[in-house]
Design a protein around this ligand. Structure first.
Ligand SMILES: *Cc1c(COP(=O)(O)O)cnc(C)c1O
Length: 362
């Protein structure tokens, strides 16, 4: 039997129909496509981190529940007393663990949103249902409540702020969804460091809310650590599906070290928020560009009709990688997403953008 016929015989058709998650190879390009923090640490701090890693016992399995790290996360992230947390290999793993723990019901999220909710639902064979956001990227509450009623979703994901639109949904809409849902509502706060609002301190005010965060967007994307906050009872259930050693030794030690220097990460986030304002102003001045409000470390821009791909390609030729969202979702026609970076990289981006526009607009 050929490999191809074996695949057709054994691999689930919904998996065969998927495309593997595509990540562009940045080479030496300026990377403004993946919401990474461009800043590194001062040399002295970096050296301190490296000497801390000397104590790593890589011949031993990592702690299945690193209590010191968990306590530090709780205190640094304002997790309320009485709530528990579970660590994941990135929040991507937590999304999967939540889905693996649930029976029946669907996974629901407004769209466009973070693609991993739908992808992971496919992996675990749960139906994914969604309601399109309004033209302003707000929740269409009436349609959402109707779908909650008809589908009884086990899990509803609300990215807060939303990726790729950047906005915070209205609190009243979120409360109405929480109220109406029989299942859990997960507030995904991947961009908490750049946002003015959060549910983390209020997570226990509701019976059916969990808050998810990650350290990826604040400068530790390479370490892969996310965490989920909720009532101890539900966290205990989800914890049963977790592979015991999902967070490796180097990640445990490095995140602990980074959170002991949380002020550095927070200062970098504050700097990026300032850069965000300048970059938004500059983009808004370009003819035909519509810049959307954002509470994240990226900016969504709607460019002129048919311009998204030529701009994306023109920037790439000039050494800048951004994300072209046009064609992904009807609501994102002609949209580009740009990660906010250092003043230098933002300036290089603007220069490349202006040069590109000169060519394509003549
Ligand atoms: C980037 C992102 C994540 C992924 O986080 P990891 O911890 O790196 O897996 C989760 N949710 C949203 C909304 C994101 O944009």
């Amino acid at each position: 039997m050929s490999v191809q016929s074996m695949i057709e015989r054994w691999v689930r058709p919904e998996i065969r129909a998927l495309k593997a998650y595509h990540v562009a190879d940045p080479g030496k390009m300026i990377k403004l496509d993946a919401m990474e923090n461009p800043y590194t640490w001062p040399e002295a701090v970096r050296n301190e981190w490296l000497s801390c890693l000397e104590a790593a016992q890589i011949n031993r399995y990592p702690s299945p529940r690193p209590e010191t790290l968990i306590d530090l996360i709780k205190s640094e992230m304002n997790v309320p007393d009485g709530a528990d947390i579970i660590l994941g290999n990135g929040s991507d793993e937590l999304i999967q663990l939540m889905m693996l723990s649930m029976q029946g019901g669907a996974v629901m999220a407004p769209t466009p949103t973070f693609v991993m909710y739908e992808m992971t639902a496919k992996f675990v064979d749960m139906p994914f249902v969604s309601v399109p956001l309004t033209a302003d990227f707000d929740i269409d509450l009436e349609a959402t409540l109707a779908l909650i009623e008809s589908e009884q979703p086990a899990l509803i994901f609300l990215a807060y702020p939303n990726n790729p639109t950047g906005n915070l949904f209205k609190r009243d809409d979120i409360e109405a969804i929480i109220e109406a849902a029989d299942g859990w509502v997960i507030i995904d706060e991947a961009y908490y460091a750049f946002s003015e609002d959060s549910y983390i301190e209020r997570v226990l005010n509701y019976d059916n809310v969990m808050v998810m965060r990650t350290v990826s967007k604040v400068g530790l994307a390479g370490l892969r650590l996310g965490f989920l906050v909720g009532s101890p009872e539900i966290i205990e259930e989800i914890n049963k599906v977790r592979m015991p050693y999902n967070i490796n030794v180097l990640t445990q030690m490095s995140v602990q070290f980074a959170l002991e220097h949380h002020d550095i990460l927070q200062a970098q986030a504050a700097e990026l928020c300032e850069q965000r304002t300048s970059l938004m102003d500059e983009l808004a001045q370009i003819d035909g560009f519509q810049v959307y409000p954002t509470q994240a470390n990226f900016i969504l821009v709607r460019v002129g009709e048919g311009e998204a791909l030529p701009i994306f390609e023109g920037l790439k030729t000039r050494g800048v990688l951004i994300k072209n969202l046009s064609g992904h979702d009807p609501a994102l026609q002609d949209c580009l997403r740009i990660t906010v970076s250092t003043p230098e990289e933002n300036a290089q981006f603007m220069q490349a953008l202006n040069a590109t526009l000169e060519v394509i607009r003549g």
